[in-house]
Design a protein around this ligand. Structure first.
Ligand SMILES: Nc1nc2c(c(=O)[nH]1)N[C@H]1C(S)=C(S)[C@@H](COP(=O)(O)OP(=O)(O)OC[C@H]3O[C@@H](n4cnc5c(=O)[nH]c(N)nc54)[C@H](O)[C@@H]3O)O[C@H]1N2
Ligand SMILES: Nc1nc2c(c(=O)[nH]1)N[C@H]1C(S)=C(S)[C@@H](COP(=O)(O)OP(=O)(O)OC[C@H]3O[C@@H](n4cnc5c(=O)[nH]c(N)nc54)[C@H](O)[C@@H]3O)O[C@H]1N2
Ligand code: SF4
Ligand SMILES: [Mo]
Length: 700
């Protein structure tokens, strides 16, 4: 197949591509709509990950392409009226170049920052990182993926020497003996993945779900443990304690394939069952049942999602779950292991190619001289021009208006999604200059001095890497509306204005070929992957060096550490940064609902999704509701040390009575992130989205 055919593939019968939203990256076919202008989504049963199944978000995704909901011309803030007004591309790009240059000239290059997103394609994420490091010469770049899987990524690196969400394809999940889902509500966050769980049960496998709420996912479980938010670390140690006490560790595996067991074992032995029951609220018999189910099965897996990860001890918590897998020989073997369910459409690839503060393409480290030399050579620059690692996402946002004076945002809406969002909103307003590239006028774009309307998903080609580490090709199905440019074109035009003479390619395939070279020899090696191969093979798994087939399953012959052994983490329970007290007596935890996506910037603009999930709510137990004198649907006020939010009560027996839950998809009065605590994990710099202390009252 010639190169161009990889992109054209399937056009006679529609364009085979992938969903714009989550990390499952479901395959779908787009066809011109029979009913009028626009595109229809049809199933693509041949694509192995979702086998045709789609959730409501995927099915309705073409609504995002409609000019009614999106930006179709650049906007520049009028200094006199203070309003955003339509402008030409030249005016808008000139204004961005001027705003960024002025800040750099007055305050130094690090006064200019970039904030990216895990929804951006690999090509965009790569180009954004290169733009920041070379054109702007700033160290200050990070992205919303820091808020997503950074704790699991750090724990993966520490234990296995490599970070890929799942070390095996999803099909293996259906064939394992016991699956433990820790803080994942995949029935709502990746609904087509439920088929793997149905298949697991059909084959006689067992499912344990760990979640403070009885979610739709927990309803599928053989055993549902309902811990207090923020106590997963103690829970994992408690289960490991029982495994050791019952003599069910795999000593041969420990001796041959791991290091650090004596320390990890000692830490687990200090977490005896009654203590763990006291910390977690999970009764000892349930801890025993979990330990037995895990060990009785011939193979077992632990998959974590944001529940245990978005904590100020997320890295250690994931480490504790990995310890359980290692101690029982359930890692680096067929149908067993630990994995993280990544989140955004390109949550995996978005963290590999250089938009993260400490990183260069190919998952290389910015502070590694050999990595700097390799990437600098591909970029045709001296390694010394590459800046040092910068600040993490929340720390960067917190510094806006301080030493950071100008910011370019691409692919994120932190006004809704960042922790302690009212403070972040104030920091954004304190900037000298803010530019936002987006598809819609998000709440963050609405604060900008310049808004750049960009093409999206079905209007351009590019690759994403799904939760399995499978690199996929999204194909262009329609032309973007007139007046809209691609992110790559925008970066190219800005680079030219900022005096970058080496060129900044706008063709995704050309960018991908450069990314392949930049990643060659790195941990996330894409050098053997091409658009053509992806089109022919339903995606290619990295690492994939030139000439390699790709790697569907990692670690079967050894871990990616220097000695090939997995490393136990030495971890102990510690409380959350903020525990309930007399003033703020309840836990708040946050998360998602089926019909909305993230900050809602996209899905709140889709009518059918909005009907299904029209606004925020506070989920609380009937006992707590009765104490507060609150009925279903009554407005309740939730107050934390950061602020106050109001939303209708949703009374549910499925939640612990010491905990309330809010989804975070909405701005305004019901914004959950007004309340959340930006306490950071010391290693991953992940904020504690999943636990803070609140007071709840009937709102009048
Ligand atoms: N519908 C929908 N789907 C999505 C998204 C979306 O916004 N909407 N976003 C995508 C992205 S980027 C991501 S990251 C994924 C996230 O996917 P998930 O991690 O499945 O989603 P969440 O709802 O954030 O959290 C999962 C569960 O963690 C539980 N939880 C809360 N606190 C704790 C705790 O302390 N311990 C434990 N064990 N559990 C806890 C919550 O009750 C919740 O049910 O979803 C992806 N898919
Ligand atoms: N309380 C609480 N807060 C959370 C979480 C939680 O569980 N609880 N979860 C966190 C997690 S896991 C995540 S991932 C973050 C996500 O939070 P955000 O970063 O706010 O995520 P999105 O709403 O997906 O924002 C993506 C933006 O990019 C735009 N966009 C879409 N496609 C393109 C494109 O091709 N180019 C450009 N330039 N823009 C595009 C969209 O319109 C949207 O405005 O939220 C975090 N915040
Ligand atoms: S599960 Fe995720 S990728 Fe699949 S259709 Fe739904 S939002 Fe899209
Ligand atoms: Mo995420």
């Amino acid at each position: 197949m010639p190169m161009t055919d990889a992109l054209a593939s399937g056009t006679a019968t529609g364009t085979a591509t992938h969903c714009p939203y989550c990390a499952l990256q479901c395959g779908m076919t787009l066809r011109p709509s029979a009913a009028g202008p626009g595109l229809d989504v049809t199933e693509r049963p041949d694509f192995p990950v979702n086998k045709g199944a789609l959730c409501g978000k995927g099915r309705t995704a073409p609504a995002l392409l409609s000019a009614r909901v999106r930006l179709t011309e650049p906007l520049v803030r009028n200094r006199d009226s203070g309003r955003l007004e339509p402008a030409s591309w030249d005016e808008a790009l000139d204004a961005v170049a001027e705003g960024l240059t002025r800040a750099a000239q007055a305050h130094g290059r690090d006064a200019v920052a970039v904030f990216g997103g895990g929804g951006l394609t690999n090509e965009k994420a790569y180009s954004l990182g290169k733009f920041a490091r070379l054109v702007l010469g700033t160290s200050q770049i990070d992205y919303n993926g820091r808020f997503c899987m950074s704790s699991a990524a750090a724990a993966h690196q520490r234990a296995f020497g490599l970070d890929r969400g799942l070390p095996f394809p999803l099909e293996d999940v259906a064939a394992t003996g016991c699956l433990v889902l820790v803080g994942s509500n995949l029935a709502e966050t990746m609904p087509p993945a439920l088929r793997y769980i149905t298949e697991l049960r059909r084959r006689g496998g067992t499912l344990i779900v760990i979640d403070p709420r009885r979610t739709r996912t927990a309803e599928q479980a053989d055993l549902h443990l309902q811990p207090r938010p923020g106590t997963d670390l103690a829970l994992a140690l408690g289960i490991l304690h029982l495994v050791v006490a019952d003599g069910r560790t795999d000593e041969a595996f420990i001796a041959e394939r791991t290091t650090g067991w004596p320390q990890a074992r000692a830490a687990a032995m200090a977490h005896w069952p009654e203590l763990v029951e006291r910390i977690t609220g999970v009764p000892v018999p349930q801890l025993r049942a979990a330990a037995a189910m895990f060990c009785d099965a011939p193979t077992s897996m632990v998959l974590t999602a944001r529940g245990p990860e978005q904590q100020s001890k997320g890295t250690d918590t994931v480490g504790a779950w990995i310890n359980l897998c290692l101690a029982t020989g359930r890692a680096g073997r067929p149908l067993s292991g630990y994995g993280c369910l990544t989140g955004q459409g390109n949550g995996q690839g978005g963290r590999e190619h250089g938009q993260k503060a400490d990183q260069l393409p190919g998952y290389r480290k910015l502070d590694d001289p050999a990595a700097r030399a390799h990437v600098a050579e591909v970029w045709g620059v001296d390694p010394d021009v590459l800046p040092a690692p910068g600040r993490s996402a929340y720390e960067l946002l917190d510094a806006l208006g301080g030493d950071i004076k100008a910011l370019l945002v691409s692919g994120s809406n932190p006004v809704v999604s960042a922790p302690r969002a009212a403070h972040v909103e104030r920091r954004l307003r304190a900037l000298d200059f803010l530019a936002v590239a987006d598809v819609v006028l998000s709440e963050t774009a609405a604060l900008a001095d310049v808004v750049l309307p960009v093409a999206q998903w079905a209007e351009e080609s590019g690759t994403t890497t799904n939760l399995e580490g499978r690199v996929l090709l999204r194909r262009k199905a329609v032309e973007p509306p007139p007046g809209v440019r691609t992110d790559l074109e925008v970066l190219g035009a800005l680079a030219t204005r900022l005096g970058w003479e080496k060129g900044f390619p706008a063709d995704p395939q050309e960018v991908f070929d450069e990314l392949r070279r930049a990643s060659a020899g790195g941990p996330a090696d894409y050098s053997g992957i091409s658009y053509r191969r992806i089109a022919e093979e339903d995606g290619v798994f990295w690492p994939c060096a030139e000439g390699s087939e790709g790697t569907r399953r990692l670690f079967l012959d050894g871990f990616a550490t220097p000695d090939g052994r997995a490393r136990f983490a030495e971890v102990s329970h510690r409380p959350s940064a903020e525990e309930p007290d007399a003033d703020y007596p309840l836990y708040l935890t946050t998360g998602r609902v089926l019909a909305q996506y993230q900050s809602g910037a996209q899905t709140r603009r889709v009518e059918t999704l909005n009907k299904a999930a029209p606004g925020p709510f506070v989920e609380l137990h009937p006992r707590l509701a009765a104490q507060l004198g609150v009925g279903d649907g009554d407005p309740v006020a939730v107050t934390s040390r950061r602020g106050r939010a109001v939303a209708p009560a949703r009374i549910s027996r499925g939640i612990r009575d010491d905990t309330v839950f809010m989804p975070f998809h909405w701005p305004g009065e019901g914004r959950a992130n007004t309340l959340t605590n930006p306490a950071l994990d010391p290693t991953s710099r992940m904020p504690e989205f999943k636990v803070c202390a609140v007071r709840v009252e009937a709102a009048t």
